[in-house]
Design a protein. Structure first.
Length: 193
């Protein structure tokens, strides 16, 4: 039993960081790849296939905890929450967890208890990590599109909270919302004015 883990939302100025853990089925859904390389339509198709055929879970860490822990700590926590939720769902721990990137939560998040291996570029080369990247990105994108309905000025339905020129202009014009990460420089600088 090997889980793939990836996150979405490390870089944005607003919204949570989301991680997903996936245990692939056999046969696995075809066409898995890094979520950033897929069109929105293809990601949606693959998300539906993964959710229908595989076991998966997400971990979400909100803005308050990102500001309290820092984004690295929040990402490690989101990954831990996702793996733990999948273990609970399955009633069993994985043999190993494959994590996209160059670090795992092992030794960096107190609650992490599983054998893990970091794989740089894993979201493009390990299918279980690719699946996790798709689930995490789609889950976070939905959160940001819903938030855009309450905070229409910021264009989150398009930029998903990233610091695009339009988002930065709206931030300067309207100030930060409760969903903005106060520990991130563009938001922190506005709060000092």
């Amino acid at each position: 039993m090997i889980f793939g883990v990836d996150e979405a939302g490390r870089g944005p100025l607003a919204g949570p960081v989301v991680a997903a853990a996936v245990l692939l089925s056999k046969p696995r859904p075809s066409g898995l790849d890094d979520s950033k390389k897929l069109t929105a339509a293809r990601r949606a198709e693959l998300e539906a296939a993964i959710k229908r055929r595989c076991q998966w879970a997400v971990g979400v860490v909100e803005v308050e905890d990102i500001d309290r822990l820092n984004i690295f700590g929040a990402t490690m926590l989101a990954m831990t929450l996702a793996v733990d939720a999948l273990c609970v769902k399955l009633g069993s721990d994985p043999l190993e967890v494959l994590v996209d990137g160059n670090m795992t939560p092992m030794g960096r998040c107190r609650e992490w208890r599983w054998t893990a291996r970091a794989i740089v570029g894993g979201d493009a080369i390990e299918p279980c990590i690719s699946a996790a990247s798709i689930i995490a990105k789609e889950h976070r994108d939905r959160i940001m599109c819903a938030a855009a309905e309450q905070h229409a000025h910021y264009g989150w339905e398009k930029n998903k909270g990233y610091g695009t020129p339009d988002h930065l202009a709206a931030l300067r014009a309207h100030g930060p919302t409760p969903l903005h990460r106060k520990s991130f420089a563009p938001v922190a600088q506005l709060l000092l004015l």
